[in-house]
Design a protein around this ligand. Sequence first.
Ligand SMILES: NC(=O)c1ccc[n+]([C@@H]2O[C@H](COP(=O)([O-])OP(=O)(O)OC[C@H]3O[C@@H](n4cnc5c(N)ncnc54)[C@H](O)[C@@H]3O)[C@@H](O)[C@H]2O)c1
Length: 452
Amino acid sequence: MTTYSAADAVIDQLKKKIQQREARVGIIGLGYVGLPLALLYSEKKFKVTGFDIDSRKIDTLAKGGSYIYRIAPEEIQAAQTSGFSATADYSRLTEMDAIIICVPTPLDEYHEPDLSFITSTTHSIAPHLRAGQLVVLESTTYPGTTEEVMIPILEKENKAGLKAARDGVFTGKEFFAAFSPEREDPGNTTVARPDIPKVVGGLDTQASELARALYGSIFNRTVPVSSPAAAEMTKLLENIYRCVNIALVNELKLLCLRMGIDIWEVIEAASTKPFGFHPFYPGPGLGGHCIPVDPFYLSWKAKEWDFRTRFIELAGEINTNMPYHVLASVSSALNTRKKSVNGAKVLVLGVAYKRDIDDLRESPSLTIIELLREKGAQVAYNDPFFPSVGRGRHYDLNMTNTPLENLAQYDAVLIVTDHTSYDYAAIVEQSQLVIDSRNATKGIASSKIVRC
Ligand SMILES: NC(=O)c1ccc[n+]([C@@H]2O[C@H](COP(=O)([O-])OP(=O)(O)OC[C@H]3O[C@@H](n4cnc5c(N)ncnc54)[C@H](O)[C@@H]3O)[C@@H](O)[C@H]2O)c1
């Protein structure tokens, strides 16, 4: 049995390696979160190895290419010169000093957490784990995942009988474990990534210290919390806050539409209050990997504690209803022109879940397209980010991008995603009818516009 000073020596050594950029960083899951993180470490001259099971991603990166719109191939190539490479070979994890897990955490078909990506990744890490390594989970998940799911698998399945380091016990046969949530906001260029404070919750103070050192080398501020569960809950609070507030403005939008009040004007006016008000904006429904999904990780976990998270459920109900509201608005707008949805030619503008990004996940456009088709509309779409839309998690739309021309042929042009590249004045000018679910036509006066 070694003493605390031996533990200190191990920690100091790893910290020193981090400070001197000699620590090897392994990032598992090279998607929207993992790849930018790998590039950040590379920029700071760490030697980074990415791990992914998607061979197309590995091949693209090996050729110096990128599969994420906002990441230029040159950034990948620059990282490669700093030693970045990607592999599907988990045995290379033994070379790493720190392992960061960024795999998906979706909901299953019953709207319950699907932890299969985390568990399969953890099963794959375990045989290659070695003493003194730091393992950090970044995937958004319910409080308890790091301690109840990740650590038990690592402890049970590693070959050297290693345990996670816990305060007061250090035998030299430990690994360190922490949770640190990702806070990326795709498309948001107002805050530089290193300026986004990084919350860190280690299983013990040593793990926290190491995780803070690791993230402190790329982020300007780290925020320690007392446990992995507190860090997991922090991320969920942030996303639930958004989900609930978006639901609130979505509901108020429906009321304002009925009362003939412009909700956008109201939000703009309320935003002039210098304290106590933060604006949220209504839309055609929630999209993306986070806001429509993450709150339900908590409502599922809450049931274990005999607790119902009513705000989350109510917000979910309102937000889920928004695509149906858009459908009703299209139907009503066509009706005023003595037309029906059945047989109407409708062009949907924007399939990405939000402006100027190349991410389709959970996009309300997909639901809206499906609903319109179910009602007999002939639907086309235009989105500069998606030449085609094939099979998603729920839908098999099998559509290709329609050029933005000859707009007068459509009975309705429906704005679902307000990409900045669109010339909205020209779109209104050329169309018979424009239904705008995003206030993209703000300032344009035309009887052809129906705002919904
Ligand atoms: N995208 C965001 O803006 C965002 C923001 C904050 C948090 N998050 C969270 O971060 C996590 C990752 O999200 P993402 O958007 O990067 O997902 P993603 O789907 O873009 O990327 C995940 C990657 O993990 C890979 N992967 C899956 N199973 C694997 C395995 N067993 N081994 C190795 N690689 C595997 C996939 O091939 C994919 O490349 C999720 O929990 C998400 O909720 C995402």
